[in-house]
Design a protein around this ligand. Structure first.
Ligand SMILES: Nc1nc2c(ncn2[C@@H]2O[C@H](COP(=O)(O)OP(=O)(O)OP(=O)(O)O)[C@@H](O)[C@H]2O)c(=O)[nH]1
Length: 339
């Protein structure tokens, strides 16, 4: 029997737009499909891989920066070959690009792949409704990404008013140039929209219609990530909640995105606190540590014009335990808990 190629879906979108949330939603609702994932972060610590770990049967992750620059077509082929081994029995592969990747480069690499077991499954571009206006001002070139998408998700619609949601939907539809645009919250979309064979076939046809010029991304040096830096911070010693909240209240100039896990180790709050900031947005999620997981803080800070040494020093200064008499040291953290 001739096997159908395995569709590869590329999930792209600016920093913090909701790509990992979408991926986790798909992994939790696979509709019977076995999903292989490739996750990629900007920064040395692959926080996204940590946040999908345990939910997947097969994954490969990269933590050496932007996927579109880190690997050439053959590099990507090697990664995907691992996932398409017949024994892996995978039905669909989802690649989550770093928030600074150029999706056109990814599409081009995929279409240029020599692996007969792979097929292009479409480009999904995730847009952060709450940050869209500000992000466009800083990066007008992002508008172009919407035009190449097979599906655009206007995500985080729960964070904007109904009026803004309608205005943004209209604007994004215009920029998507006739492509489908769906409003979502937390990346929750019907997985059938991505995995359904007919829609995959249609997307494949439309990708073939893109001209080479369409698909030629900017030169690597002009990529978005050229203007961005990341700072990684790891510590085994607990973090003082009040000190960290002071740091987060007055985030250093240039910081756009922070993510990772925090170990406060305060009695009654020994769990893992996953931190996300995107622009002004700040959230903690509390969960259990996996049995084998070390109780440790791992953070990635991403932004432009960062004073990296200073940020590391400031984070280092947040280490320590609150005074035993300080019963409410966790209060400010708990205000930002969701989920
Ligand atoms: N309120 C709200 N929060 C969301 C939504 N989608 C994602 N988030 C939150 O936004 C933060 C960033 O979401 P992620 O899914 O990690 O974003 P990402 O695009 O993978 O981020 P990078 O990989 O760093 O570019 C997390 O705290 C999410 O829980 C949404 O629709 N509404």
């Amino acid at each position: 029997m001739v096997r159908q190629p395995i569709p590869v879906i590329i999930v792209a979108g600016f920093l913090g737009s909701g790509k990992t949330s979408l991926l986790n939603h798909l992994l939790r609702n696979p509709q019977g499909a076995r999903i292989g994932v490739v996750v990629n972060d900007f920064g040395q610590i692959n926080i996204d891989a940590l946040s999908v770990a345990g939910q997947v049967d097969s994954s490969v992750s990269l933590s050496n920066g932007c996927l579109c620059c880190a690997v050439d077509a053959s590099g990507l082929d090697d990664l995907l070959a691992k996932l398409t081994r017949p024994s892996s029995d995978i039905d669909v592969i989802v690649i989550e690009c770093s928030g600074l990747a150029d999706p056109r480069t990814m599409v081009r690499m995929l279409l240029g792949s020599t692996n007969p077991r792979l097929g292009y499954g479409g480009l999904v571009e995730v847009v952060d409704a709450a940050e869209f206006d500000r992000t466009r001002q800083r990066h007008p070139e992002l508008d172009q990404h919407l035009r190449f998408a097979d599906l655009v998700l206007l995500n985080k619609t729960d964070r904007v008013s109904d009026g803004d949601r309608d205005r943004l939907l209209e604007l994004v539809r215009e920029l998507a140039d006739g492509g489908p645009v769906l409003p979502t919250a937390h990346g929750r979309l019907d997985p059938a929209l991505l995995f359904d064979r007919e829609s995959v076939r249609q997307r494949r046809e439309s990708a073939r219609q893109l001209t080479f010029d369409d698909l030629v991304g900017d030169d690597c040096h002009e990529h978005l990530h050229a203007g961005y830096q990341s700072v990684e911070f790891t510590a085994d010693e607990p973090v003082h909640p009040r000190a960290l909240m002071r740091f987060l209240d007055a985030r250093p100039a240039g910081v756009y995105r922070m993510k990772g896990q925090v170990h406060f180790g305060v009695p009654g709050h020994e769990q893992k606190f996953t931190l996300h900031t995107v622009g002004d947005f700040l959230r903690f999620q509390r969960s259990r540590w996996a049995r084998s997981e070390p109780r440790r803080t791992q953070l990635v800070v991403i932004g432009s014009g960062l004073d990296r040494d200073r940020i590391r020093e400031d984070l280092h200064a947040c280490l320590g335990r609150p005074d035993a008499a300080d019963e409410h040291s966790m209060l400010d953290v708990l205000k930002f808990i969701r989920g």
